[in-house]
Unconditional design. Structure first.
Length: 253
């Protein structure tokens, strides 16, 4: 365990063993950060986070070098990588980063790099030889216009009627559709479990604690709720299919 009162701690954080690894490993840093957060020692947590970021800087810069031609995007990607690193390091629920820190760091950096490419319309499908082809996976932010109409008293130029419907339109109506499906469940507790598990990705023990039930009960209610939703959604789809031909025949007449 790292002793924050050790006067030589700063030196030990930078000191390496003869084989090249750090005397205090990154996994020890992550565990110490979480211990500081749990005890409310924000100063100690901040100091250890700075040390962790400093050690990870070379990997972050290496993963973002594909954006060297766009310094602004590269800076944004590196900032997102560091932010996600600290978020996962301080999250007790993230176990993999305490098992294989180097691999976890590389994977999260790659994810953030691809996310930056995707949101800027720079992520292309590639063939077997690695050459980009086809259209990008996303529309660049600079080419998007808001779906909401511009207020009359605004000095901004008028927005397009529909811009990037695959993203903003779905975001506007996803909540309504989610609520409609959740309302197919009669029990409010089942709806709460479904929201926490599916939409918020809570762990089973967290849901059990929030709902004041044991974990087995939560799992059983979740499985039952999923079955109910499946049956009702299939029934709804079949009803829609049965009505479609009748509507077509009426139009023909």
């Amino acid at each position: 365990m790292i002793d924050l009162q050790d006067p030589t701690l700063q030196q030990r954080l930078r000191r390496r063993a003869p084989e090249g690894r750090y005397e205090i490993s990154e996994i020890e840093l992550v565990l110490a950060i979480r211990a500081c957060d749990a005890s409310g020692n924000m100063d100690g947590s901040r100091m250890l986070c700075e040390a962790l970021v400093e050690r990870s800087k070379s990997t972050v810069q290496h993963c973002a070098r594909g954006l060297s031609h766009r310094p602004d995007l590269r800076e944004e990607a590196e900032a997102n990588m560091v932010e996600r690193l600290l978020r996962e390091a301080r999250n007790p629920g993230e176990v993999f980063i305490t098992q294989n820190f180097i691999h976890a760091l590389r994977m999260l950096c790659i994810d953030e790099f691809k996310r930056t490419l995707r949101q800027e319309g720079l992520l292309y499908r590639r063939d077997s030889e690695g050459r980009p082809g086809g259209r990008p996976h996303h529309v660049p932010r600079s080419m998007m216009e808001p779906l909401h109409p511009t207020p009359i008293d605004s000095d901004a130029p008028p927005a397009a009627d529909v811009a990037d419907p695959l993203d903003q339109y779905e975001q506007l109506h996803a909540r309504e559709e989610s609520l409609r499906i959740l309302n197919m469940l009669d029990d409010p507790l089942d709806r709460t479990i479904m929201v926490l598990r599916v939409l918020r990705a809570w762990k089973w023990d967290e849901i059990a604690q929030a709902c004041k039930r044991n974990e087995r009960t939560i799992r059983l209610r979740y499985e039952k709720a999923c079955s109910v939703l499946k049956i009702r959604l299939v029934s709804e789809e079949q009803t829609t299919i049965r009505k479609a031909p009748q509507h077509s025949r009426r139009e023909d007449k």
